[in-house]
Design a binder for this molecule. Structure first.
Ligand code: B12
Length: 250
């Protein structure tokens, strides 16, 4: 058979016909610049991200781009993964694209010179899902908190060492795997042994739920990264972990 029209040979039919991306492409027309960010992240096109984010930053608030662009795009990537359309390589590319955009937004937000308090953040032992943690870092820094970022896959004892060393106003944790979230419970138990009393704000996916997190001492469930600066603020004003839990987790 002779092919007469080559114009569609590079079309990603998986993305334009049978994936959630098809629907967000139709839905996101109202905001062209943010949509370009969403598109670049979903497609994992790290080379297109700088231009897309720069253009969006000219008209939008960085926090708006983080939530409506970067986080929204990762929500779609999660659906693509869950539906078996994306595998590890595409997801990894999308994650890298998101992190690149986040860095640009963070630079734009700036870091106030006078610090309001200190937070230690980490992604659980055995877990490399650190996108949520990086968003938390960005929002805390933008709100004037100093952040000690312990990184991902952080052993429980490293977390305890950092809490002992920095005496933070809050400790933050992120986990996504059912096999790694138990690290939070172990951290809580070790904090008790060491008499370290710090609000331990945890978020993420899978089994990281309100009932799991409020099942151990110091645990406060953070459904959204935007809660981190609010909780840090309360902790700096002297509110204890139990009062913070009552306020945010009911
Ligand atoms: C991106 C992703 C990856 C990327 C991670 C890149 C990175 N740098 O993080 C890559 C490709 C590397 C990856 C690898 C793997 N992944 Co993965 N991954 C995902 C995916 C698609 C999205 C998760 C994500 O980043 N979401 C976006 C971020 C922004 O959301 P978030 O972290 O939840 O953060 C938000 C809130 O939770 C909250 N938050 C988070 N932390 C905190 C902290 C505080 C203090 C506060 C207040 C709020 C807060 O705020 C954020 C928004 O505002 C999910 C799918 C899904 N349905 O969730 C699977 C998923 C989590 N992965 C999964 C698996 C199995 C794996 C692998 C084991 C696969 C493999 N066979 O190798 C490996 C993990 C290896 C390891 N040891 O960790 C499973 C986990 C199943 C389970 N429950 O155990 C999932 C659910 C996919 C699935 N349906 O099977 N993955």
């Amino acid at each position: 058979m002779d092919i007469k029209d080559y114009s569609n040979i590079f079309t990603r039919y998986d993305l334009v016909t049978e994936s959630p991306y098809y629907s967000i492409r139709k839905a996101a027309n109202e905001n062209r610049l943010i949509h370009k960010v969403i598109e670049a992240v979903i497609l994992g096109e790290t080379d297109r991200v700088p231009h897309a984010v720069k253009a969006a930053l000219a008209e939008h608030d960085p926090v708006d781009i983080i939530y409506n662009g970067l986080v929204a795009a990762m929500r779609e990537v999660s659906l693509l993964w869950d539906e078996g359309i994306y595998y590890l390589p595409q997801t990894l590319l999308a994650s890298d694209a998101m992190l690149l955009g986040l860095k640009m937004c963070e630079n734009e937000l700036g870091h106030p010179v006078r610090k309001r308090g200190l937070a230690v953040t980490h992604t659980a032992e055995g877990d490399i899902h650190d996108l949520g943690q990086k968003i938390v870092n960005t929002l805390l820094r933008a709100s004037g908190f100093e952040v000690v970022d312990l990184g991902k896959d952080v052993p429980v004892e490293e977390v305890i060492k950092a809490v002992r060393k920095y005496r933070p106003d809050i400790l933050c944790g992120t986990a996504h795997l059912s096999t790694t979230m138990s690290a939070f419970e172990r951290i809580s138990a070790r904090m008790q042994e060491e008499r370290l009393v710090v609000p331990f704000v945890c978020g993420g996916g899978g089994g990281v739920t309100l009932s799991f997190i409020t099942g151990f001492l110091f645990g406060i469930y953070g459904k959204d990264a935007a809660l981190a600066p609010k909780i840090a603020e309360d902790a700096c004003r002297g509110m204890g972990w139990e009062a913070i839990r009552r306020k945010y987790n009911g």
